[in-house]
Design a protein around this ligand. Sequence first.
Ligand code: PFF
Ligand code: NA
Length: 456
Amino acid sequence: MSENNKQLQLRDSFGSKFGVIAAAAGSAVGLGNIWKFPYIAGIYGGAAFLFVYLAFIVAIGLPVMLSELIIGRGSRRNAFGAFKVLAPGTPWRYIGILGVSAAFLILSFYGVVAGWSVQYIVLSLENGFSNKTPDEISSLFATLIGSPIKPVLLQLFFMLLTGAIVIIGIKKGIEKYTKILMPVLVVILIFLCIKAVSLEGAKAGLLFLFKPDFSKLTGDGILSALGHAFFTLSLGMGTLITYGSYIKNDNNLVNTVINVTVADTVIAILAGVAIFPAVFAFGIEPSEGPGLIFVTLPNVFHQMPGGYIFSILFFVLLSVAALTSAISILEVVVAYFKEEFNMGRKASTVLATILISILGILCSLSMGVLSPYTFLGLNIFDLMDWISANLLLPIGGLFIALFVGWFLGRKKVKEEVAKGGSLSGIFLSAFLFLVKFIAPIAIAIVMLNKVGLLRF
Ligand code: PFF
Ligand code: NA
């Protein structure tokens, strides 16, 4: 047996088809859906944003996700090594470097928000929102994120937890935990939606989310919709290349992609339905920004019957959603260290966790003591978010689409997709058309528009 084959045999993999979907949906469904989507939709006018975002999900998200899984399973390597296997001696591998860098930036601020969520579990347990006015609940949040020690410790705790699962491995770590936790999240969200919709004044919130007013849609809004389509589906940085590399050959990649995309989209919309009615009912500004859910939901909880329990459950589940996503981001870096530098899983997990946590500490402090340090008007936290979501992920996605469309080509795509399923000729052609032309051109136009090289 060649050295290569031996390595492949030893490679960990997902055990079941449901496990694959749980892990991939676990990666997709996260803070992006519940924390980020409502607040950026709030900033860019609600429904008009939602509409553009959905168009990007279908025309760009779906094909790029399938592309990543094809690259991953077709190479059985990390996000960087995959391109070395499939396109040896070419510069395509630098897409992988871009991806690993994006993983660093994203997880650094992601862990900070997840830390806040953990703190809100504690506050819920202490019944910390009862008898508070909306203003007091608002300042509770502002005080927490601006303090120098507490959020840093919370972020470190969360990173430790993420590392602890990744260090176990794919089947016994990542798959096992995501399979249990994902369904529960959906149930809680549905309950919250029902409660939110029945609030007095809920209608204004629903109209804001579903009735488009395209005059509010700026170039910034369109770029954010694109960036968020990538962010929410975990695309453009090799997460699904990495996960794809652990998927067995009898799995149907097309089904996986559809399941994951639908799950992520439905959950984002449900989060909007849970949050905007409450935003309007309590007179909070929809454009409040990153604090939106940490301010709105506690207001809902302390007024609803059973709110004490719901509040605890909600923040537990928000933290869990964050955890299953953080795991997938860390695994990108771990798989890269492991395979490209011949490190063990333990050593690479420890190293990756430490490096990312250091960057995360700076993100956390940038909401407080480091807030005077800004670049382009953004503090470190916002900068990490902006660069990764609006720059690195779309650029990564652009090249991933080009790679599959032009370099791998029809024959290789067909072969990979046919392994565990099939894609009829017309869908195959449609997919190739999307990755060769539509996705790259759309991404390029949106980005050029943003930097002012193209106006529309
Ligand atoms: N998709 C995750 C979310 O919506 O919260 C965030 C994320 C995970 C982004 C993995 C990128 C990634 F590679
Ligand atoms: Na998501």
